[in-house]
Design a protein around this ligand. Structure first.
Ligand code: IYR
Length: 225
């Protein structure tokens, strides 16, 4: 093999999938179709999540790109009824304040169509809660090391987590009982981690309903230049 066929130091050749144009077209359409059936779900079945699934979806999330490949995320997987109860109680305390004064009238009006309130029984019923943490900096042996584009990185990982949950055939809700700090305390996480999102995960309750919503169409969200 000649030298030019060797990757440079520290690199390897990328293994392209080499799909045909038709395959690329079909795959893009099929994936859109699949993702377009995703909905945020607020009523869960207590049905258990099959073994290995939480690991697979978290590992999928962790394939996300991140600033300087620092992977500034941590996923707390809560499955014990005791911890779920504690999370529910603390979340409901924050949500009670949110719905009774902390959210503006405009905000409450925007939420009317979702028929939500401060009560969050799904936090105990769903078989798993995933708390996504962002690592604002890295704690190394030689001290604090900087992470880059933390919100962007963790936001992308959270999106991939939601896609993986949906692809597996499970449902979730992107839940933000702000302020979220009670989660760091309850789970005893280190100082460099801040809670980012709380996602109940599981199968949907029988006959659960979702609001009739319309997604923006292509010309509302994109333009060719
Ligand atoms: N966190 C509250 C309120 C809420 C806020 C937004 I923005 C929503 O899209 C939905 C709900 C709750 O979860 O009820």
């Amino acid at each position: 093999m000649s030298k030019t066929n060797q990757p440079k130091e520290g690199f390897k050749f990328f293994e392209s999938n080499n799909f045909s144009e038709d395959q690329v077209k079909d795959r893009s359409a099929e994936f859109f179709h699949e993702m377009n059936s995703r909905r945020s779900i607020r009523e869960f079945s207590p049905r258990e999540i099959p073994e290995g699934v939480l690991e697979n979806i978290v590992k999928t999330a962790s394939t996300a790109p991140s600033g300087a490949h620092k992977q500034p995320w941590f996923f707390a997987l809560i499955t014990s009824p005791e911890m779920k109860k504690k999370v529910r109680e603390a979340a409901e305390k924050e949500e009670y304040e949110n719905y009774h004064g902390r959210m503006s009238d405009d905000w409450l009006k925007d939420l009317e169509k979702f028929d939500t309130n401060w009560q969050k029984p799904f936090l105990e019923i769903a078989p798993a809660l995933i708390v996504v943490f962002k690592e604002t900096y890295e704690e190394t042996e030689s001290g604090k090391a900087k992470n880059y584009y933390v919100n962007e990185s963790v936001g992308i990982a959270a999106g991939m987590l939601i896609a993986a949950i949906h692809h597996a055939g499970l449902v979730t809700l992107t839940h933000t009982p702000s302020p979220l700090n009670f989660l760091a305390e309850l789970l005893n996480r280190p100082k460099n981690e801040k809670p980012f999102l709380l996602l109940p995960v599981g199968f949907p309750a029988d006959k659960t309903q979702v609001p009739v919503l319309k997604r923006k169409n292509f010309i509302q969200i994109a333009k060719y230049y």
